[in-house]
Design a protein around this ligand. Structure first.
Ligand code: SF4
Ligand code: SF4
Length: 201
């Protein structure tokens, strides 16, 4: 099997999904292939030290079509969307938007790490807002915790009670009048993000 070596490891040709490269490029109008691998993006990223792949590696892997590895990584969920990498990139590659596109793809394919809070929070937030027309902290956190580690979060019930007593947590969440129409509108424009039917329905 033909292979190539990069600092992201050994890449078998069967691992390289070039249609994925085109898809990400088309979505973001970016030329991933223009990346110089200079590392300026990684040097300014405030969270690159916590990532399993740095921003430079993410771009390198995306242009090599390493969709399987990227769409299972935690790195894309650690991104704080600060745009520092995009600002310094000499080739004006919209790295932050690429990471957002990778997140959307990850949720669509459900390849994110199991019981990992950031993607679960994203799904819950989308589900609650899409089905009710408004976000609700209590519902979003409840759905996230139930999917993550329900038992681990039992202690949060006490905190939730205190917040409710202080009027900081609504037990009966607000919703727009015509929820069904609103939900259709939202899901029509974000068909690939699931969870809307499961959460808050
Ligand atoms: S700053 Fe731009 S050109 Fe340099 S490694 Fe990052 S994405 Fe590539
Ligand atoms: S947008 Fe994300 S990847 Fe880019 S510098 Fe900020 S945290 Fe790092």
């Amino acid at each position: 099997m033909p292979t190539a070596s990069t600092d992201e490891g050994h890449i078998a040709s069967s691992e390289s999904d070039l249609s994925f490269v085109s898809k990400i490029e088309n979505e973001e109008g970016s030329a991933l292939r223009a990346c110089l691998q200079c590392g300026a993006c990684s040097s300014v990223c405030p969270v690159s030290g916590f990532m399993d792949y740095t921003p430079r590696q993410i771009v390198g892997m995306a242009r090599s079509g390493l969709s399987e590895r990227l769409l299972k990584s935690k790195a894309i969920w650690y991104c704080a969307s600060c745009y520092a990498c995009t600002e310094v990139c000499p080739k004006k590659i919209p790295i932050t938007e690429i990471i957002h596109a990778l997140r959307r793809e990850t949720i669509a394919r459900k390849t994110y790490p199991k019981r990992f809070a950031p993607p679960l929070l994203t799904r819950s937030f989308h589900g609650v807002t899409a089905s009710r027309g408004r976000s609700n902290d209590g519902l979003v956190m409840l759905h996230t915790y139930l999917r993550e580690k329900p038992l681990k979060h039992l202690g949060m019930i006490r905190i939730a009670g205190k917040l409710w007593l202080k009027g900081r947590l609504e037990l009966l969440p607000d919703a727009v009048k015509n929820r069904a129409d609103f939900s259709r509108l939202v899901n029509g424009s974000t068909e690939r993000v699931d969870g809307a039917k499961e959460v808050g329905s």
